[in-house]
Design a binder for this molecule. Sequence first.
Ligand code: AMP
Length: 205
Amino acid sequence: MAREARGSVAAGSLKHAAASRAPVIFLGPAGAGKGTQAARLADRLGVPRISTGDMLRDALAAGNAVGRAAAPFLERGDLVPDEILIGMIRERIADPDCAKGYVLDGFPRTLPQAEALEQMLGAVASSCVVLNLEVPRDELLRRLSGRGRDDDRGQAVEHRLQDYEDQTRPLVDFYERRGRLHRVNGFRPMDAVSADLQRIVEARG
Ligand code: AMP
């Protein structure tokens, strides 16, 4: 086999190996259907779904150091400081069940978190697939006010959507510039959204 051909086969399989370990990242505001779609996709791929919201609620219930540090922010419906989230994710993705990839639901939510994740992933970062679930604001408000969790009420709903606009929306550009962003219309029947997401992820090779 010619030297270049061997080189490109090796590069191809390296790329494949990186893709099979790379995370799928969900963006999108509260109410966009991230949790449900992330769980379905993770099931389908046979990889863990990592929800930072669930991890923080578990830490709070357990009363451990992370839970105690996060408590005042969770109570106010504010984003929890980046250092806490970054430390939590760094540990979690080192677990053996993440070796063949994972689905991130709720992280990153700020630019410093996205930058920290790039560093953690190294060469694998370029194989990430980023899915942005798009749902019109009126529909988000309708869905969230019908959901009934304490932090989903009235002003709290507005507050969370505003945080999304201020802190998380810039990640759409961040990932678009890196050519990893896929926009998906989330204002459709759940199965149609799932089918699109699956197609996008499978197309990455
Ligand atoms: P979620 O269930 O994803 O809506 O998350 C619930 C709450 O956990 C959020 O309102 C934030 O207070 C906190 N949280 C979850 N993920 C993050 C993150 N990546 N950065 C900061 N705070 C987070």
